[in-house]
Structures are given as structure tokens and as C-alpha cells.
Design a protein around this ligand. Structure first.
Ligand code: FAD
Ligand code: SIN
Length: 519
């Protein structure tokens, strides 16, 4: 199958859908999405979306918190865009029907999360992402000229004369197809699945970063992976996220003796930045030999169940009462700060290719993302990318020539299994890193990546599992290489052998571009 449109969007989360809304009326829009249409991190987002809309807040204050969390590495221009434009886009979302919780006066009820200095997180109970996805899908469905293909796994960008002109994808039956457009947006989300322990859904395998890197686009800041401190840690249960909003409402992290240890570990206590809370949890578990738990014992149980219905249900399924029991928690990979390098309008270094949302890296989060800034990022930079795509198409509007799609099925080179990659990434490239561990990770990943990369370059066929493994290897390798290069600790990147932040040598972002020899 060959498909043609003016605009191709890969991914149907907040970034892809908001970009689509911006493209209304500008031409035919094609969305490819690899699973069910609403599957992706957006639909699982809990705590909320940050925006300076409260009476005690301002874009300047929001910027100051974002920059502090980013630990000296944020792109200040991108931060300015996010915090200045954020409130407008959030209000627009409400105008489109997003039903965020309201206070008794009818104003949006605002929550607080780690490292925010005031309440600024709009939310819909603990299912904010579901409400935003519902709103954006309703908006997208009303657009003339928009077609969405689900179970369409994009595997490679089509590049001609140094310009992205489309993507090859596999359909549900593994058949090879191609989609062409003069402007292509990657909105494929994150890569949490490169780690064994993650809050991310199965689709988050870093495909967008892998595709862009293979096509020669620059990727940046890949060493910065955020580990959320509080994923449910019960044997046999998924690592369900226990939102930071719980601590915003008064939940405490306690050790096996019931001691609220964060107060003595960190000046910010339970609401310190995520990287610090995550490391404190691991250290406390190692010190005591017991898991750490979240305790909501001091809160009114009716309030807890009413405010956090999804999390209450997940705990119930694990045999726990969120309001009364101590709920065992531990860190899990949650968000990729790095990604495909873009400017504030989503332009990558490859002409014709745009990126927005978690797959992209504007530098807005620096070394560590402030809680609830990611949905806002998807909204603001998704819209901006859409606007830039409207004006980017090359003159003439002619259909691009048809290139041969890659075959879809067949044997693959001997790859590491996904589980082996996830294990080695968790063990060696996780919360605590050092040279020896990073070298061990690369010794395992590099040969397998080289084999699959050569296979792909030679036009070797891969099935969906093979492509997934190729993505995990590519992204895992990029994270491990960047982590090995950065000989300091900053934000989410912690090196036990270089435990201090080193502004003299390392107050700079790290960039990697594949050398496209023989392509
Ligand atoms: P996603 O929403 O992940 O969408 C990616 C899309 O790309 C999906 O449709 C996927 O199927 C598709 N896709 C991927 N690869 C391919 C491919 N190869 N071919 C075709 N399609 C593909 N952030 C906040 O700001 N506030 C929160 O409260 C919050 N809570 C969170 C809770 C959880 C459990 C998780 C996992 C994340 C949370 N985050 C939160 C982070 C935030 O949800 C994500 O960063 C954000 O939703 C990413 O949006 P996106 O549009 O970039 O990607
Ligand atoms: C959470 O609800 O704790 C997640 C929020 C986020 O990832 O920003």
C-alpha cells in the first residue's frame, strides 16, 4: 500500500493530535499509530498538566522552577516559550471541552507536585491524560481531511535528496507499506521500555529516536532519563505509577519502621525533585534492608479514594487499600529528557522532518523534567510544530517519487532479546552509574546494535519484533554512550565515580549524529 498526504504524523498522543489540530484546513493529514489509537503515555498520565494560571503564579515563577529542576542545562528560550504560551493552550483545551477538576469557586483546582513552588497542576482526578486524549480525539475526529491508521508500525523514514519525504510502515499483518508527505512529524513518545522497570506502556520503545538517528538527524541529551520515585512495587503486579500528586496532597514516604525519612534526607522532603527522591528511596532501602512505602494514613480515606480513583483501583487489585495500607514503592524509568534535537518549532536537523513531544528534545527540561511539564510540552510544541509544518512544504506540492519499501518478514540477525537489553540497562545504566557498569552495558549492546544496523542497511527483512529490538538496542546504546561520556552528576544523570556537578567542563548539551557512510 502507498499513501500520500500533505502532512504525515507518526504517533497519536498529545503532541501528534495537537499538531493535527493546528494543521486543520491546510491539506490532507495522515496519522500512523502503532497500536490502538489511544495507546501511549498520554492516556496514562495521572498527576496533571502544569501551567501558570493561579493567582499566586506567573510564567516567571514557572520558568524559575523549571530551570531549577533542569539543573543548569535547560534551553532558556524553550523554557520561555513553554511557560509563556502554556496557559493559552491549556485554556484552549478547556474551551475544547477538557473537564479539569474545579474548586468551589469554579476555577480550575490546582495541585502541587515535586519541585513546584506553588500550586499549578490542573488535573482530572488522577486520569488527566485520559481526559486530554478524549478532548483531542474529539477535536481531531471533526477535522476534514484527517485519516488515522492504527496498528501501523512506522519503521524507517524515507529520505530523498537529504529531505524526509515519508515513512515505511508495517500493517497489522506485517505487510510493508509506505506513506509520503512533504512534511513529516515524529510524535512517537518516549522509550521507557528500554528499561526492565518502567511506568511506560508497551508502545514506548523509542522508535522515533531510532528512526531519526538512522536517517541522520541529530539526537541530544540522551543520558538524561527520569526515574519516577513511586511505582508500585508488588511482586507479580505491573509497575503502576503512584502519582506524585499523592505526595502533593500529604502522602509520606516511610521506611519499614514508619520513619518519614525524606525529611532528613533532602531539604525539599517528600516533594524534592524526582531524581533526588528516587536515589533517596534506593539508599534508604539498602540501608534498612527493607522496601520503602507510601503512607496516606494521615489523610481522610474518603478524600483519598475520591481524588485518586484509578490509583485506588490499582492498589485494590494488588490487595492493598491506598488510604490505609502502606504501599510498597520504588523507582522506575518514566521519561526521556533527551531525544531528537529540535528548535522551538519542532524542526529537526533533517529537512522535512519535525518532532514534538517526548520523542523530541528542545532542551526545555534540561537534565531533569519538572513534574507535569511533559503534557504541557506536548501541547505547546505540538501546536508550534503543526504551525511550522503548514509553511514548510517545498514549492510545487508535487507528489514525491515512489521508493521501494523494505520487505517486512523473515529471519533477523542474532539479536539480544528485549528482556536482556532491559535487564542490562536497568542494572548498569539506571539510577546509579559508573564507568565500569556503563562499559559492561556497551560491551553487551554494541555488537548486537552493529549487527542489526548492518542488517537494516543491507535491506535485510525484519518483523515487528525485530524492529522493536532494533529500537531498544539503538536507544539503549545512545543512552549508555552519552552517560559514559558525561563525567559528572547532574539532574537525572548520576555517576557514582563523578558524584559532583561540574559546570566548568560539562555545562553543555551532548549531541550525536550517525555518520551515514554507505547509505
Ligand atoms: P505518547 O502519548 O506516548 O504517544 C506516542 C504515540 O506514538 C502513540 O500513539 C504510539 O502508539 C505512537 N508510536 C510510537 N512508536 C510508533 C511507531 N513506530 N509507529 C507508529 N506509531 C508509533 N506527564 C505530565 O506532564 N503529567 C502527568 O501527570 C504525567 N503522568 C504520566 C503517567 C504515566 C504512567 C506515564 C507513562 C507518563 C506520564 N507523564 C506525565 C508523561 C507524559 O504522559 C508523556 O511524556 C506524554 O504524554 C508524551 O506524549 P507524546 O504525545 O509525546 O507521546
Ligand atoms: C505523576 O503523576 O506523578 C506523573 C507526573 C509527571 O510525569 O509529570
Amino acid at each position: 500500500m502507498e499513501l500520500f498526504a500533505e502532512f504525515l504524523i507518526i504517533g497519536s498522543g498529545i503532541a501528534g493530535l495537537r499538531a493535527a489540530a493546528e494543521l486543520a484546513g491546510a491539506g490532507d493529514i495522515l496519522i500512523l499509530t502503532k497500536a490502538e489509537p489511544r495507546e501511549g503515555s498520554t492516556g496514562y498520565a495521572q498527576g496533571g498538566i502544569a501551567a501558570a494560571v493561579g493567582p499566586d503564579d506567573s510564567p516567571e515563577l514557572h520558568a524559575a522552577d523549571t530551570l531549577a529542576a533542569g539543573d543548569g542545562l535547560c534551553d532558556e528560550r524553550a523554557v520561555g516559550v513553554l511557560v509563556e504560551e502554556g496557559p493559552r493552550y491549556v485554556r484552549e483545551l478547556m474551551d475544547w471541552g477538557a473537564a479539569f477538576d474545579r474548586d468551589p469557586g469554579g476555577r480550575p483546582s490546582l495541585a502541587i507536585e515535586g519541585a513546584h513552588s506553588v500550586r499549578r497542576v490542573l488535573h482530572a482526578h488522577d486520569a488527566t491524560g485520559r481526559e486530554i486524549a478524549r478532548t483531542l480525539w474529539a477535536r481531531a475526529s471533526s477535522l476534514a481531511g484527517l485519516t488515522a491508521y492504527d496498528h501501523a508500525l512506522a519503521v524507517e523514514l524515507i529520505v530523498e535528496d537529504g529531505r524526509a519525504i515519508g515513512a515505511c510502515f508495517l500493517d497489522e499483518d506485517g505487510g510493508a507499506s509506505s506513506a509520503y508527505a512533504p512534511a513529516v512529524l515524529l510524535a512517537t513518545g518516549g522509550a521507557g521500555r528500554v528499561y526492565r522497570e518502567t511506568t511506560n506502556p508497551p508502545v514506548a520503545t523509542g522508535d522515533g529516536v531510532a528512526m531519526a538517528y538512522r536517517a541522520g538527524a541529530a539526537v541530544v541529551d540522551m543520558e538524561f532519563v527520569q526515574f519516577h520515585p513511586t511505582a508500585l512495587q508488588v511482586a507479580g503486579q505491573p509497575r503502576f505509577l503512584l502519582s506524585e500528586a499523592l505526595r502533593g496532597e500529604g502522602a509520606r514516604l516511610v521506611n519499614a519502621d514508619g520513619d518519614a525519612f525524606m525529611t532528613r534526607s533532602e531539604p525539599g522532603g517528600d516533594l524534592a525533585p524526582r531524581d533526588r527522591v528516587s536515589r533517596a528511596i534506593v539508599r534508604e532501602s539498602e540501608r534498612t534492608g527493607h522496601p520503602v512505602s507510601l503512607s496516606l494514613e494521615l489523610l481522610d480515606p474518603d478524600f483519598v479514594h475520591e481524588r485518586f480513583p484509578l490509583i485506588s483501583d490499582a492498589c485494590r487489585r494488588a490487595g492493598l487499600d491506598l488510604a490505609r495500607d502502606r504501599v510498597p514503592v520504588g523507582p522506575a524509568a518514566h521519561y526521556l529528557m533527551g531525544g531528537v534535537a529540535t528548535d522551538v518549532d519542532g524542526r529537526t536537523t533533517l529537512p522535512g522532518l519535525f518532532a514534538a513531544g517526548e520523542v523530541a528534545c528542545t532542551g526545555v527540561h534540561g537534565a531533569n523534567r519538572l513534574a507535569s511539564n511533559s503534557l504541557l510540552e506536548g501541547l505547546v510544541f505540538g501546536a508550534r510544530a503543526g504551525r511550522a509544518m503548514r509553511t514548510s512544504t517545498p514549492g510545487g506540492g508535487s507528489r514525491p517519487p515512489v521508493a521501494a519499501p523494505r520487505p517486512a518478514r523473515g529471519g533477523a540477525p542474532a539479536l539480544l532479546r528485549a528482556r536482556e537489553i532491559q535487564d542490562v540497562m536497568w542494572r548498569e545504566v539506571g539510577l546509579f552509574r559508573d564507568r565500569a557498569g556503563l562499559e559492561r552495558a556497551l560491551a553487551a549492546i554494541e555488537p548486537a546494535w552493529r549487527a542489526v544496523d548492518a542488517w537494516i542497511r543491507d535491506g535485510g527483512p525484519l518483523d515487528a519484533d525485530g524492529w522493536r529490538t532494533a529500537s531498544l538496542l539503538t536507544v539503549g546504546r545512545l543512552i549508555a554512550r552519552a552517560a559514559l561520556r558525561r563525567e559528572e552528576s547532574r539532574g537525572a544523570h548520576y555517576r557514582s565515580d563523578y558524584a559532583r556537578r561540574d559546570d566548568i567542563h560539562w555545562r553543555r548539551r551532548s549531541r550525536e549524529t550517525m555518520k551515514l557512510v554507505n547509505w
